[in-house]
Design a protein around this ligand. Structure first.
Ligand code: AMP
Length: 126
């Protein structure tokens, strides 16, 4: 079910469990601010999620409440991960779902990095 993207942080969400080491992930990268791991249900040959270590529900929550250091550290990690995965030359897509209209499912802010093949139009035709 889609989440609202705002409100109280749910410590029981699946990415909070990954951050606490309670469930495994296929880790790609980690630093003080961020963790990156392969999506469990990949939608492209490369589909990696990058999440901040802080408790933020969505991009709306993150950009309003995170410190400048957390925001800078996080977005630097997104670029670093894409580079590490060899996606800069062919190109890639970064996507963040926020709230009900986007069908955000996991209420811990994350960006998706997609790559490994031509990705087509940004949004499906209606
Ligand atoms: P979103 O709809 O933007 O909230 O995307 C949530 C993403 O998390 C989906 O692409 C899921 O496949 C992915 N996901 C859910 N649980 C896990 C997990 N345990 N490990 C890795 N990815 C997951």
């Amino acid at each position: 079910m889609a989440v609202k993207g705002l409100g109280d942080y749910d410590d029981g969400n699946v990415f909070a469990k990954i951050l606490r080491g309670e469930i495994p992930c296929k880790k790609v990268f980690e630093d003080d601010f961020s963790l990156a791991f392969h999506d469990i249900n990949p939608q492209a040959p490369v589909h990696v999620l990058v999440i901040p270590k802080g408790k933020f529900i969505s991009i709306a929550d993150f950009t309003s409440k995170a410190s400048d250091a957390e925001i800078a550290g996080f977005f630097r990690a997104v670029g670093t991960v894409a580079r590490m995965l060899g996606l800069e030359a062919p190109g890639y897509r970064v996507l963040a779902n926020m709230g009900e209209h986007s069908l955000q499912e996991v209420p811990h802010f994350h960006v998706h990095i997609f790559g490994g093949r031509p990705l087509g139009r940004m949004l499906p035709e209606r």
